[in-house]
Design a protein around this ligand. Structure first.
Ligand code: SF4
Ligand code: SF4
Length: 199
């Protein structure tokens, strides 16, 4: 589902990086929604993913996340997560020691859903929901949606100025060579204690 950006109008005015990030996420969300519909119609399959279904957040290893996305996650966790979810998230982040299960999963919901990484936004599975402990990428790869590369390319083109890469020629060259992969981090390999302390 697309982000309701009216909620973040003043945040976008205050943080130029946020506009870049949400522009990129909009491209991903819209592109994936359309690509999923096309794939379902063409292949007569049904998307299994639905709200509250979270086994994938407990089994995904090595979730890719990019520096601008990390800025977004920090901002959202510090400024937007509230109430009981905030308390639990803060505790989980403080206790996190690199387990596979994502530290942002609180009561089976993503506490940072609006700014979850592109890799999470793109992970979709057809036909049946994942069993507990199942990583469908290994058990039934044919049911895992492969996102069209052009969606990623467009989203990363939007984000590149944040990394100092500007100008059509430089951006096209960077994307063509798939160099954005050189910027990637792994969510589970990061220390989240500092974020917890700032919440
Ligand atoms: S990937 Fe699997 S566990 Fe995750 S939302 Fe989709 S069906 Fe549910
Ligand atoms: S960031 Fe959110 S959607 Fe992604 S794995 Fe963690 S809890 Fe799941």
């Amino acid at each position: 589902m697309a982000i309701d950006r009216t909620k973040y109008k003043s945040d976008e005015e205050n943080h130029p990086w946020l506009r870049i990030l949400l522009d990129a996420y909009e491209v991903v969300d819209d592109g994936i929604e359309k690509a999923l519909q096309d794939y379902e119609e063409k292949n007569h399959v049904r998307l299994a993913c639905k709200k509250g279904c979270s086994n994938c957040c407990k089994t995904h290893q090595d979730i890719p996340v990019y520096p601008l996305e990390l800025v977004g996650i920090y901002w959202y966790a510090i400024e937007k997560v509230e109430g009981d979810t905030r308390k639990k998230l803060k505790e989980q982040l403080a206790a996190y020691k690199g387990e596979v299960s994502c530290p942002f999963l609180v009561d089976d919901f993503c506490a940072i859903y609006e700014v979850r990484p592109i890799s999470c936004r793109q992970f979709n599975v057809f036909n049946q929901i994942c069993n507990e402990g199942e990583d469908p990428y290994y058990t039934r790869k044919h049911d895992v949606f492969i996102p069209p590369k052009e969606i990623n390319d467009k989203a990363f083109s939007i984000m590149l100025p944040f990394y100092g890469i500007t100008g059509d020629e430089a951006i096209t060259d960077f994307i063509k060579k798939d160099l954005y992969h050189t910027l990637v981090k792994v969510l589970q390999a990061l220390s989240w204690h500092k974020l917890s302390e700032r919440m």
